[in-house]
Design a protein around this ligand. Structure first.
Ligand SMILES: [Zn+2]
Length: 257
């Protein structure tokens, strides 16, 4: 594989799935989009510090306004960014999978996230010390640029989700959520309870049960104990509000995958 000069980002064009996956010297495929677009010499420098781990469901990776200790690059795991009120009510304000990184509070002057990060779908991730990432961000402009771009993506998604939550029907929002999760790890089999999905969407559990029942009867999904399985992705895309496609296109524009 041709190496790139230090500080030079790959052009934001080809999807990772369209080419052979890059891998570390250990042979383990990178499996995370952000790492995939880093220059080769930078990735090789980070590799010894990236630890492959398994994340458990509901594991808290970081708390809002607490010093960020570790950064996570999900591979098959999916993580919710959750904003919580003093009353204990919470709402999902972002979802992160193999498209990005949990812990963008590593740029100069920023030491903590402003929301909690909680594992929604268990799976693998690469973990690295936040201080080491901060050092690399200061030393290498390309890592800073990639994290800035991802922060921009999180911001645009969050803005879109707030409009979606306000104006779009819960059925459409539920479909958007399932499609997004499917896109974040490629798995159509989503381990998720009605209770948790209701919390993420900011609605009552019976509402989620009713919506999933209608999706099931329409043949769009299957349900098994504690799992939701996408049967007909094309029909799901047709049933989603426009927000799903807009958020997906923003990712392509900003990150090239
Ligand atoms: Zn919407």
């Amino acid at each position: 594989m041709a190496r790139q000069r230090s500080g030079e980002l790959k052009p934001a064009a080809p999807a990772p799935s369209s080419r052979a996956p890059r891998s570390f010297e250990s042979g383990f495929p990178v499996g995370n989009g952000l790492l995939t677009i880093l220059p080769g010499d930078l990735l090789d420098r980070l590799a010894p510090h990236l630890q492959l781990i398994q994340l458990k469901r509901q594991e808290v990776l970081c708390r809002a306004h607490h010093p960020l200790r570790e950064v996570y690059f999900p591979i098959t795991a999916i993580v919710s960014l959750v904003s919580e009120l003093e009353s204990g009510e919470m709402l999902e304000v972002g979802l992160i999978g193999r498209d990005g990184v949990v812990g963008t509070a590593v740029v100069p002057g920023v030491t903590a996230m402003t929301c909690d990060a909680i594992v929604q779908v268990p799976g693998s991730a690469l973990r690295m010390s936040a201080d080491l990432v901060r050092r690399e961000v200061q030393a290498d402009g390309s890592l800073h640029t990639v994290i800035d771009r991802y922060n921009q993506l999180l911001l645009t998604r969050c803005m879109r989700m707030s409009v979606c939550n306000m104006f779009h029907a819960v059925e459409q929002r539920c479909v958007r959520w399932l499609l997004t999760v499917n896109g974040l790890n490629g798995n159509k089999d989503i381990p998720m309870t009605h209770e948790t999905l209701a919390v993420m969407l900011g609605v009552h559990r019976p509402t989620v049960t009713m919506v999933l029942g209608s999706l099931r009867r329409a043949g769009l999904i299957l349900e098994q104990r504690g799992r939701m399985i996408i049967r007909d992705r094309a029909a799901m895309e047709a049933a989603a509000c426009e927000c799903y496609a807009i958020m997906r296109d923003e990712q392509h524009q900003l990150l090239g995958y």
